[in-house]
Design a protein around this ligand. Sequence first.
Ligand SMILES: N[C@@H](CCC(=O)N[C@@H](CS)C(=O)NCC(=O)O)C(=O)O
Length: 212
Amino acid sequence: MKLYDFPSAPNPRRVNIFLAEKGIEVERVAVDLMKQEQLQAKYMAKNPACDVPMLELDDGTCISQIRGITHYFEAAYPETPLLLGRSPAEKGLVEMWEHLAFMNGLLAVAEVFRNSAKGFTDRAVVGPHNYPQSAELAERGALRLPNFFTDFDQQLANNEYVAGDAFSLADITALVTCDFAKWIKAQIPEDCQHLRAWYARVSERPSVKANP
Ligand SMILES: N[C@@H](CCC(=O)N[C@@H](CS)C(=O)NCC(=O)O)C(=O)O
């Protein structure tokens, strides 16, 4: 089994923290996004989505997308800490909050970053198709991010972790979003005290420190 990885990028970091939490070791293959290796024919044949991370199983099966990869590991290693929920209700809540963190947080930051950074002209959207940058989308992303911070601050006012009382993939995606926001010079607002306290707490986890 091999994990195609580019550890300094936010999405691979989500899987790397997830694997560290579960104590699973996997062989890594570097895909250099700076050299656009994700768009080379050899990689595209394995992963038509042209992104990282991507997991290749020993029988050649290739699984991309964080949800695909994390669901595989959760099912294949049930004896490791469960990060996608334990009870049926918890599984639903983890899906719910992880999806909200991705859609309203991580994608809001990506909307700003990919539509304004110089290196992404015509690469505003991840994948095999080229799309031009849009200043309006960058502006809209900047409007969405503060609402992600305040919505998650509210959720964390009453919960120790994002999806309830257990650390989960929802925490990982929200944490990676808070760090990714620094790439566009944004940070958790002063008045989001609950989110700030949670961020300080989860940043101390060994899995997070091992994957800065
Ligand atoms: N929706 C994907 C996101 C993966 C993604 O966006 N990965 C980025 C790195 S953070 C990537 O591969 N970018 C390639 C590119 O910019 O062309 C998932 O859930 O895995």
